[in-house]
Design a protein around this ligand. Structure first.
Ligand SMILES: *[C@@H]1O[C@H](CO)[C@@H](O)[C@H](O)[C@H]1NC(C)=O
Ligand SMILES: *[C@@H]1O[C@H](CO)[C@@H](O)[C@H](O)[C@H]1NC(C)=O
Ligand SMILES: *[C@@H]1O[C@H](CO)[C@@H](O)[C@H](O)[C@H]1NC(C)=O
Ligand SMILES: *[C@@H]1O[C@H](CO)[C@@H](O)[C@H](O)[C@H]1NC(C)=O
Ligand SMILES: *[C@@H]1O[C@H](CO)[C@@H](O)[C@H](O)[C@H]1NC(C)=O
Ligand SMILES: *[C@@H]1O[C@H](CO)[C@@H](O)[C@H](O)[C@H]1NC(C)=O
Length: 481
């Protein structure tokens, strides 16, 4: 919620949103989930936690590429519920109303790795409702490492002892959140999560246990999540001090360390899609967009902005407005491509971008707090990071060879991060701050990726999109259509 996001390794192309894709030859997996409240005390203070099938974190979705996953979700909360892992946000989908159920159906395509799902509305994520997703490779597609003996899903996230509805109310009043109370690993407080390891090549592990530590950065006091790695026959917990992390406020260290993580081009493994786009240095950039985050007081209310606009949701999801051709729900391109110093306003920001364009986006963070940006349904190359204000000269410092591919990226305080992405997935996609407070108070935009010309009308679904499912939930002005 603050500076820690849940674990997600992502080098993939997402291909569908409210869309159903039924492939008769692919294996179908069926899950039945009930989302409800429970009283739990992960950090010793009982609070209302959102559980799925009575579990927190929710059940792990174990899938394999090409599987058609059907999840029938029963909403036993007292408010609407919408789950996301690549989409499923307020601008694209209508939520499941309390007391009702709805079946998601989607196919795992072109994706291998560890992902997670979480509730996207009403600040519910602060109460749980999240869990891990595995997308296993099909056995016919080899991975460039020996098969692991076992796999563990590690969900690391900050935690507030307060009630999520009270947290939401205080944000609604313009009072920003205090520090989280701690960090959980798989829903558990310090020293509670255990990972049982078998020695394979390690040779000094018999009877030993070790700390697994995740610490916060850029906040005081520093918070630590601690789990225990146990080898065969270990007795008790590890002794000794926790391993030291980097200095909590050493931004320079981070800005240099982050880009040092690079794509290993020598490994013969699957690439991000489209398969040749890892030669991104050869692709001409068609557009540069600079998105600057800020905050403002608008109508006596704390809001977070992107290029001077704090997002407000219209009564109808943008995607449905397009689908049903409701032209008065939003107007695209009211936000500018670069910060223009406008007086901060509320607005519904949708940037129209062209299908198959290759764009360059600079996230500029003039604030003293860490920022994190996420783009739904895309992975992008993180080509540069630097301190201060971005300008064109910074492009000379970019890594145009082996930058990593991500769907979420940090922007350090008073710094910028530059990314490049191939717009190979049509649709209405959310671009948001992953800091829950900033997202809740307006720091998001939508990017509408649409084709050009007669074959690709503005309306959706376009030629290259899958059609919405037969059980599409309608709401707002689309409710009666
Ligand atoms: C996940 O699914 C794969 C493929 O069906 C199976 O081999 C594996 O044992 C499953 N793992 C878990 C933890 O259920
Ligand atoms: C949740 O489940 C309980 C017990 O089955 C039921 O009494 C209640 O009406 C349900 N609430 C909603 C909102 O579905
Ligand atoms: C709701 O769940 C029932 C089974 O519990 C299922 O038959 C029905 O199709 C589900 N409804 C929707 C809209 O998914
Ligand atoms: C453990 O393995 C390392 C590397 O192969 C070796 O140098 C070391 O001597 C081994 N230690 C023991 C206790 O066997
Ligand atoms: C781990 O311990 C179990 C039970 O003591 C034993 O059967 C197993 O062989 C051990 N595994 C290894 C790799 O040492
Ligand atoms: C990029 O632009 C240059 C100059 O306009 C052109 O020569 C080149 O073919 C373009 N490359 C691609 C991959 O389109």
């Amino acid at each position: 919620m603050k500076s820690i996001s849940l674990v997600a390794l992502a080098f993939l192309l997402y291909k569908f949103l409210i869309l159903e894709s039924v492939d008769a030859d692919s294996p179908h997996l069926f899950f039945d989930w009930t989302v409800s409240y429970s009283q739990l005390a992960p950090l010793g203070v009982e609070k209302q936690v959102i559980v799925i099938n009575d579990q927190f974190p929710g059940p792990m979705l174990n899938t394999t590429t090409n599987d058609v996953v059907n999840v029938n979700i029963h909403n036993n909360l007292t408010e609407p519920f919408l789950i996301t892992h690549m989409d499923g946000v307020q601008g694209t989908n209508c939520p499941i109303q309390p007391g009702l159920n709805w079946s998601y159906s989607f196919q795992i395509k072109d994706q291998i790795g560890s992902f997670f799902y979480f509730p996207s509305l009403f600040f519910q994520k602060a109460a749980g409702g999240y869990g891990a997703i595995r997308a296993n490779n099909r056995v016919v597609i080899p991975v460039p490492f020996p098969p692991p003996l076992e796999e563990f899903d590690v969900l690391i996230g900050d935690w507030y002892n307060g009630d999520y509805k009270e947290m939401r109310s205080s944000l609604d009043l313009g009072i920003h959140l205090f520090q989280p109370d701690g960090i959980l690993i798989n829903g558990l407080g310090p020293n509670k999560a255990n990972f049982d390891f078998q020695p394979v090549t390690a040779n000094q592990t018999a009877g030993m246990s070790y700390y697994m530590v995740a610490t916060s950065r850029f906040i005081i006091p520093e918070l630590a999540a601690i789990a225990i790695v146990r080898y065969n026959g270990s007795q008790g917990n590890p002794i000794g001090l926790l391993p030291p992390g980097p200095l909590p406020f050493d931004y320079r260290y981070s800005i240099e360390q982050a880009p040092s993580i690079r794509w290993d081009l020598a490994v013969g493994a699957a690439r991000p899609n489209p398969q040749c786009s890892f030669h991104y240095d050869l692709i001409n950039v068609s557009r540069t967009i600079i998105l600057q985050n800020d905050w403002a007081v608008i109508d006596n209310h704390l809001q977070y902005t992107v290029n001077g606009v704090s997002f407000v949701h219209p009564d109808t999801p943008l995607k449905l407005a397009d689908y049903f051709q409701l032209s008065d729900v939003f107007v695209a391109d009211t936000i500018s491509d670069t910060p223009d110093g406008r007086f901060p306003v509320l607005g519904t920001s949708v940037i129209d971008v062209k299908y198959r364009d290759f764009i360059h986006v600079v996230f500029q963070n003039p604030q003293l707090s860490l920022q994190t940006w996420h783009i739904d349904a895309y992975s992008f190359f993180v080509v540069g990071m630097g301190v201060g204000n971005w300008d064109k000269s910074k492009q000379l410092t970019y890594n145009m060879v082996d930058a990593v591919s991500r769907s979420t990226i940090q922007v350090y305080p008073n710094s910028w991060t530059a990314i490049m992405l191939e717009l190979d997935n049509q649709g209405m996609w959310n671009v948001r701050s992953q800091d829950a407070e900033k997202w809740y108070l307006g720091q998001e935009i939508y990017m509408r990726v649409k084709g050009v010309g007669q074959d690709d009308p503005v309306t959706v679904p376009s030629r290259d999109e899958v059609h919405p499912p037969a059980n599409l939930i309608k709401c707002g002005r689309a409710g009666s259509l």
